[in-house]
Write a protein that binds this ligand. Structure first.
Ligand SMILES: O=C(O)CCC(=O)C(=O)O
Length: 269
């Protein structure tokens, strides 16, 4: 759902220039020690032969650990207030954040997907804040959603069961019922989904079972977004659902452990 403005133009500028600095640092970095391991995920590092492949989509996971400017966002009262209301809970934690930057030129689309089953978490209660750092339009690859798909069992795996609260319980990914929408939604294109057009500084929220995609950026300008994913305090680690997730694989958490501690801070406190 589109929410509206949560940061002013000056803060947008601060985040853009902090991101420019990070990209510049990463292009020249020789020493990776001292960086959180997950930060390496999704963007270029020097190859073993010393070469640096060019990849147009820059993804930086857990910017909050490397940039004080980005670390502010998880405590923004407009964002945390909305998350508390949507989640119907007072205490919320950061699962992780990430910048996703689609520069002009050769950059890919994100196919239609929902997020929950990529994460080693025990309940489908996470909510993502997708904050535009550039105006986001269908032409430059804005978020596109399938409205209501997080509440509709036709869009979920066959083993998902209806529950009282969030309508679906955790379940492994698998086929859908014969004839259900789950079987073909992964191939849906933007025309079958709803674009969420945002100005820089505005955000939208999506539930972790909501289906969404972003198309290519076909413009000559950047499309940068800062994505912050919140979970309710009390969420627990579920290893088998995503054993190699970059934010947890190096932490060696026990199955069922409460997600807490310095890697998963309480937000808006
Ligand atoms: O920003 C993008 O291009 C994709 C983001 C996404 O899929 C997400 O926030 O779950």
């Amino acid at each position: 759902m589109k929410f509206g403005r949560v940061i002013d133009d000056q803060t947008v500028e601060q985040l853009r220039s902090a991101l420019d600095n990070t990209i510049q640092e990463e292009l020249t970095r020789e020493d990776y020690s001292g960086l959180p391991p997950e930060f390496a995920f999704g963007h270029d590092r020097r190859g073993e032969d010393g070469s640096r492949p060019v990849r147009a989509i820059h993804q930086f996971v857990n910017m909050w650990k490397v940039s004080p400017e980005f670390a502010q966002v998880m405590h923004n009262p407009l964002i945390t207030g909305a998350i508390r209301e949507l989640m119907e809970t007072q205490d919320i934690r950061l699962w992780h954040d990430q910048v996703i930057s689609k520069p002009p030129g050769d950059n890919g689309h994100f196919a239609c997907h929902h997020d929950f089953y990529f994460w080693p978490l025990d309940r489908p209660s996470m909510i993502t804040c997708w904050l535009a750092l550039d105006e986001a339009t269908p032409e430059n690859g804005c978020m596109h959603v399938v409205p209501g798909s997080h509440r509709d069992p036709r869009y979920q795996p066959i083993t998902a069961e209806l529950t009282e609260d969030l309508h679906l319980s955790p379940a492994p990914p698998g086929p859908g019922e014969p004839g259900s929408l789950y079987n073909d939604i992964r191939t849906w294109m933007p025309e079958k989904t709803k674009p969420v057009v945002l100005k820089a500084g505005e955000c939208m929220f999506h539930h972790c079972l909501n289906w969404h995609l972003t198309p290519h950026n076909s413009t000559n300008n950047q499309r940068r977004a800062f994505v912050t994913i919140f979970m309710p305090d009390g969420a627990r680690y579920k290893h088998d659902q995503s054993p190699n997730h970059p934010c947890t694989s190096y932490l060696h958490l026990a199955d069922g452990a409460k997600m807490e501690g310095p890697n998963f801070p309480l937000c808006g406190v």
